[in-house]
Unconditional design. Sequence first.
Length: 227
Amino acid sequence: MDGTLTPPGLIDFPHLRSSIRSIASTDPNNANNQLNLDEDALILASQLSPSGRSKCSLVLKSVEDKVLQEMSLSPGVVEVMRYCCVSGLRAAVVTRNIERVASRLSSLIGVYRSDSTAVLDPLIARNSLDPLTGLAVPPKPSPAALLSVCGSWGLRPADVLMVGDSWEDDVQAAGRAGCRSVLIDTGVDNSTGGRRSDLGEGRMYEPDWTVREFKDVMGVLVDNAPP
């Protein structure tokens, strides 16, 4: 979502990583330097003491509040969403941000289907619960959220396209789920961590298409539309 449907750079990822690592470095759970401070910021925050997690929550809330106040749409977003509506294509959001930010984005896009439902449905964020299990949906690069979307739509993963600006999160989640992917290569630092333990040691996936801006996704959709 961030850097894909919204322009890159709104979230200062280097500052976010630095802030979380600074908190972790003095956390009681790192008394013996057992934590990997190069870990993904969200994973690192989850490994801290209650007080450390509380401090990290304030950092994340500050980032999220800034996004809510300054959010704008990437060029081409409304046009692509309208194309999805008239072409009968489904669209969803899978984000490592939180639900209130995803909901704000949906309202900002303001595109609705003929039955008055928002074009983006479902919205799955890092604090979303799976409607079937009631458990938190693991964040990307886990394929869980994408598989949940496929299930809710009644579609095979092979028939679903993931669009994102993160090789670590979006492309890997798509590959693991069995979906195709478009990488938006913005050239902006959008990583939440360097050494990602959640990437594991298995196969690394490459995008099926790479574009520079979200508006270029229209060409991918049109060129690959069914006859």
